[in-house]
Design a protein around this ligand. Structure first.
Ligand SMILES: [Zn+2]
Ligand SMILES: [Zn+2]
Length: 256
């Protein structure tokens, strides 16, 4: 399994792209920066997109990608989310007001819709492309999930934006072939009140979550650092010496 980090920032300033991960060139997990990083041909290779939650920093590229591909889309792209995510995408983004409904539009140059929204059940493995994907609810200010993505006997766990949570760790503990976990640290420790209010993690809170996993050898790929606090968060993460942490950088490609 090849994981390419298109963006892993919890905010956008030049040089810091919003959350988006590309798996084996055809499966996208969140779409924050998909169109600011991927060229047109790479966008055309995407067949499936998993959306953890509908916050703008995770779906922006979905809107712009649909617009880019209209008239040049060989097959409809399936956009997967839990029911709350699908209904939110329909009512709040692709609602023909803030952006056209690209699940409906066809014409002479585009014989089928560019996007199709697909509901993924919670806690039930679902074949998507060459992977098996399981969505598990986490703890964010809007409905949000983690995705277990299983491929060639390896499992990658991508946890969406979250505060302290339980179920996903319970399930992750049972996975024998867990290769890595993508987990957020949005705020520095001194801003724990904001992290709690907005259901995010600080490095101290991240360590408490990692303890729940009880798999010290599994690397934790840290994401979603707010760029304005990045140096402070990194210094705090580096002090967590007993944890197997890797702070993700955009442009990273990891192979499991
Ligand atoms: Zn969010
Ligand atoms: Zn976010």
């Amino acid at each position: 399994m090849k994981l390419r980090v298109l963006g892993c920032s919890g905010g956008q300033i030049p040089g810091y792209n919003l959350s988006s991960f590309l798996i084996n060139d055809s499966l996208l997990v969140d779409a924050g920066s998909a169109t600011s990083v991927l060229g047109f041909k790479a966008q055309q290779k995407i067949k499936n997109i998993l959306i953890t939650h509908i916050h703008l920093d995770h779906v922006m590229g979905l809107a712009t990608m649909a617009d880019n591909l209209y008239g040049n889309c060989a097959s409809t792209i399936n956009v997967w989310g839990i029911n709350d995510v699908v209904s939110g995408l329909k009512s709040s983004l692709f609602n023909d007001t803030i952006w056209p409904d690209f699940t409906q539009i066809t014409g002479e140059s585009q014989g089928w819709p560019v996007l199709s929204f697909q509901s993924i059940p919670e806690e039930k493995p679902m074949p998507i492309g060459n992977s098996t994907v399981t969505a598990v609810r986490v703890n964010h200010i809007v409905p949000s999930v983690a995705f277990f993505i299983e491929n060639s006997k390896k499992t990658l766990l991508v946890v969406g934006d979250t505060g302290p949570t339980e179920k996903v760790w319970l399930m992750a503990r049972r996975k024998k072939n867990l290769s890595a976990v993508v987990l957020e640290a949005s705020f520095p420790n001194r801003l724990q009140d904001i992290a709690e209010m907005s259901r995010h993690l600080t490095p101290r809170m991240l360590a408490q979550e990692v303890d729940k996993l009880r798999k010290p050898s599994v690397p934790i790929l840290v994401t979603h650092l707010k760029p304005q606090f990045r140096n402070e968060i990194i210094a705090e993460l580096k002090r967590l010496k007993h944890y197997h942490l890797r702070i993700l950088k955009q442009g990273d490609t990891l192979v499991f």
